[in-house]
Design a protein around this ligand. Structure first.
Ligand SMILES: *[C@@H]1O[C@H](CO)[C@@H](O)[C@H](O)[C@H]1NC(C)=O
Ligand SMILES: *[C@@H]1O[C@H](CO)[C@@H](O)[C@H](O)[C@H]1NC(C)=O
Ligand SMILES: *[C@@H]1O[C@H](CO)[C@@H](O)[C@H](O)[C@H]1NC(C)=O
Ligand SMILES: *[C@@H]1O[C@H](CO)[C@@H](O)[C@H](O)[C@H]1NC(C)=O
Ligand SMILES: *[C@@H]1O[C@H](CO)[C@@H](O)[C@H](O)[C@H]1NC(C)=O
Length: 431
């Protein structure tokens, strides 16, 4: 008898240890996965955040939320940044956009640490993380970054309380498989699969698995994947304030105080910069000892081939737009430069599409709750604040209910999933 009880006790002990080991290694619980890019030194690099608008918001409001420039935000999405009043256009709730960010090196890993958010009445860590920042930061990460004591993500924050919002980004040396790439931090949505994400960004499942060090092609909603996008890199010197400029294929970037616009693609991945007609007072953009302007290409057919000379951009150094005139022989003269297509900012989100085109994601992941109405943010001393919530220009509803309804639902389903998994493991071990 004692022997039987002994072996049962031993089996129970073994099972408990194994389940405990599995609990700690399985993707159960609420902690979402984020890809890590170790780094050292203080260099920052350029990356993109994939953001789904939680409310109808002006371009300038989205930009202020992420400390970005409104025109630069539009440019990064190939939206017409030079149109009059572009910064005041209203973008629709649920729209998926790319937000350019500086990716710093903090505590040995890449992350964006410059965004500040001032809590509004009824904000909680959960509503800020899942609502305002659309899952790019978790309540735990915001709590840790601000050394907050309270463990309850649904406890109201003090209105006006300034929060550092750490945001996930990676650079991986701005390359992928030895080709230039800029990385988009993508929050996996309910219903997403890795093959569909890979297809919509014209990459492969293998590549996404390699970049994100995934053992299997499975991602859970809330996980943050780094998606490599083909890009045009620059070779500006370290002294240039736009050193490391990188532009994703099919998009634009603004630099040199919005005096210069650079585009990438569609024909090749050579960065192409021209004067931007956004602002009146810009330094000279003429190539020295010539009368050609930045971006001008002149061609002359010769017996040896086509003599191509071009005035190209070399970075913004000490308030000076540096340029260089280069000439070379090509087998044939290039045609006029093809630019990526710029489109009007969308006013609606296409909910019909089953996959993710670059500019529209599926609607808000958990439908059914009210979303806080938009407000007018303003930049004050480098921090982001939203004045009193106004219901005049947005969907009416409770400010705090929506994320509270969605989050416990998510937690509960993953809890049940894990419970089922563990009970099956236990049963399997008893048999
Ligand atoms: C990044 O690139 C630099 C030079 O371009 C190289 O020295 C370094 O080894 C690269 N690092 C990684 C992790 O590939
Ligand atoms: C760049 O984008 C264009 C379409 O916008 C596409 O045809 C081309 O293949 C892309 N280039 C790369 C290297 O992905
Ligand atoms: C030179 O560039 C300017 C500005 O981009 C453009 O307006 C002009 O047409 C170009 N000239 C030539 C000869 O390409
Ligand atoms: C190409 O043209 C430039 C002037 O436009 C000239 O200085 C250069 O010598 C030419 N190169 C060749 C190989 O013809
Ligand atoms: C930029 O200006 C500072 C002084 O204003 C000077 O010391 C420095 O050498 C300049 N750098 C370059 C690259 O011209």
């Amino acid at each position: 008898m004692a022997g039987v009880y002994g072996s049962v006790a031993a089996a129970v002990a073994v099972a408990v240890v194994m389940v405990a080991a599995m609990v700690s290694s399985l993707p159960c619980g609420v902690e979402a996965k984020t890809t890590i890019d170790p780094c050292s030194g203080s260099d920052s690099c350029s990356a993109l955040l994939g953001y789904t608008l939680y409310a109808d918001m002006k371009v300038s409001e989205v930009a202020a939320l992420f400390l970005a420039d409104p025109e630069a935000l539009l440019a990064a999405n190939a939206l017409d940044f030079a149109a009059p009043g572009a910064a005041h256009r209203i973008l629709p709730m649920g729209l998926f956009i790319r937000v350019p960010t500086r990716c710093a090196c903090a505590d040995g890993v890449r992350k964006s640490v410059s965004v500040r958010y001032a809590a509004r009445p009824a904000d909680t860590l959960a509503t800020v993380a899942d609502g305002v920042f659309a899952g790019l930061a978790s309540a735990d990460q915001i709590r840790n970054a601000n050394a907050l004591a309270s463990a309850d993500p649904d406890a109201p924050l003090d209105p006006g309380q300034k929060l550092v919002i750490p945001l996930p980004c990676v650079c991986f040396n701005s390359s992928d498989n030895n080709l230039p790439a800029v990385y988009l931090s993508y929050v996996v949505q309910v219903g997403d699969t890795v093959p569909v994400i890979a297809a919509s960004y014209e990459t492969t499942v293998t590549d996404i698995m390699n970049v994100n060090a995934m053992g299997s092609p499975v991602a859970a909603p809330g996980d943050i994947l780094a998606i490599p996008l083909p890009a045009c890199t620059s070779t500006f010197p370290k002294s240039a304030s736009d050193h490391g400029l990188i532009v994703a294929n099919g998009t634009y970037a603004l630099t040199a105080g919005n005096c210069v616009q650079c585009s990438c693609g569609p024909g090749n991945l050579n960065l192409y910069c021209t004067p931007a007609s956004l602002t009146g007072s810009c330094p000279s953009m003429q190539c020295s000892n010539s009368n050609v302007l930045l971006g001008n290409v002149s061609t002359r057919a010769t017996s040896a081939g086509c003599n191509v000379s071009s005035c190209s951009y070399g970075g913004f150094v000490n308030g000076t737009i540096t340029t260089s005139l280069s000439t070379g022989l090509q087998s044939r003269c290039p045609g006029p430069h093809q630019f990526p297509t710029l489109t009007e900012p969308p006013t609606t989100v296409n909910h019909d599409s089953t996959f993710l085109p670059p500019l529209s994601a599926p609607g808000p992941a958990e439908a059914g709750g009210a979303i806080p109405p938009p407000s007018s943010p303003s930049l004050q001393g480098g921090s982001f604040t939203l004045p009193k919530v106004s219901t005049a220009n947005g969907p009416a509803g409770s400010v705090s209910e929506a994320p509270r309804m969605s989050k416990p639902h998510q937690i509960l389903s993953s809890f049940i999933f894990c419970l089922l998994l563990y009970s099956q493991i236990l049963i399997a071990m008893w048999l």
